[in-house]
Design a protein around this ligand. Structure first.
Ligand code: DGY
Length: 325
């Protein structure tokens, strides 16, 4: 039921169906131009709305959250990752934060698998050859990549998205699964994919043909994959990142790709995105996507609906299902 007393500010355009649903329920302010809001605009939004609905690229910093005279009581993040929000400050300022888990698990895992295949089979390089009108025809040694079927996939992190990827890789491509996560997964979760758990990241890096990153972003995982660790990977191995850009030290990865310590990389996320280190653009052995992990119509609508459920529950005095603080 429409409640004109509850004002909602959405920081970016959302799928039309979700915006329409929100408008049926609340007094909604859209960002019609779809240009990211500045810190001052975000502060003003917290002062004038009951709920702020940002996306994973809006930096909801301690400074933004500490603005005086806030009206907002809840931040409904459009995204499962919430490293864009200073959670400790939100907590101390008494603002509830929610995210959108579950609904993007499969699509993000699909993107990781897509990048794995693209990198292994040198798909970006091949497409560039055709686009640049340089292809001379089939050749026995042209663009030979690495076979995927039957190889070993090393997962760093073993949460929902990692497990969805394990399922696709193990049952679809006959891949052997090895993994490392902060806490050892339950034996049943490992057994489902015949996965082998290693106590250290180093062991996974050294024993896999493909490494896929599935850990949260933030200070604790910043540059988890650094020069030293890249050097442990096999020269035929590929690194896939659909998690967060800053989990990988970009400069070290560029060096690893230039000097062929590893065969290739597939990246959907970047340090400081949407800026991309120009070093990546000069490389042949990298597949680059513009943070498309969850970008399907079905998933983006489901993410929006998840936010609606969270704020509706909150305003009804109930616990939102995806509360993170
Ligand atoms: C998320 O939800 O954290 C993703 O990065 C957005 O696709």
């Amino acid at each position: 039921m429409f409640n004109a007393n509850l004002k909602i500010i959405i920081t970016r355009r959302w799928p039309a169906a979700v915006e329409a649903k929100l408008k049926e329920l609340f007094d909604v302010q859209l960002n019609e131009r779809d240009i990211p809001m500045t810190a001052d605009e975000l502060k003003a939004a917290l002062q004038s709305a009951d709920a702020l609905l940002p996306t994973v690229t809006d930096a909801i910093t301690a400074d933004v959250l500490s603005v005086p005279n806030k009206r907002a009581k809840i931040i409904g993040n459009f995204g499962v990752g919430y490293n864009n929000i200073d959670i400790n400050t939100a907590k101390s300022e008494g603002i509830v934060v929610t995210n959108t888990p579950h609904v993007l698990t499969d699509c993000t895992a699909d993107t990781a698998m897509l990048l794995l295949l693209m990198s292994a089979r040198r798909a970006s390089e091949g497409e560039r050859l055709i686009a640049n009108k340089q292809w001379q025809g089939w050749g026995p040694t042209q663009l030979m990549g690495q076979k995927v079927t039957g190889k070993t996939l090393g997962l760093i992190g073993f949460g929902r998205i990692a497990q969805a990827m394990a399922k696709k890789a193990h049952f679809g491509f006959g891949m052997k699964i090895i993994c490392h996560a902060r806490s050892k997964p339950a034996p049943e979760a490992l057994k489902e994919f015949d996965a082998v758990y290693y106590a250290t990241i180093e062991e996974v890096l050294a024993n896999a043909d493909f490494i896929s990153l599935h850990c949260p972003g933030g200070a604790a995982t910043r540059h988890l994959i650094n020069e030293q660790r890249l050097k442990l990977m096999r020269p035929t191995a590929h690194l896939i990142n659909t998690a967060r850009g800053d989990v990988v030290d970009s400069k070290a990865l560029i060096k690893a790709l230039q000097e062929r310590w590893i065969a290739g990389a597939g990246l959907d996320v970047f340090e400081g995105e949407p800026q991309i280190d120009p070093g990546f653009l000069a490389l042949d052995n990298v597949a680059l996507l513009p943070h498309l992990g969850s970008a399907t119509e079905e998933t983006r609508i489901a993410m929006g609906n998840r936010v609606i459920n969270n704020i509706t529950a909150f305003f009804a005095g109930k616990e939102p299902q995806d509360r993170v603080v």
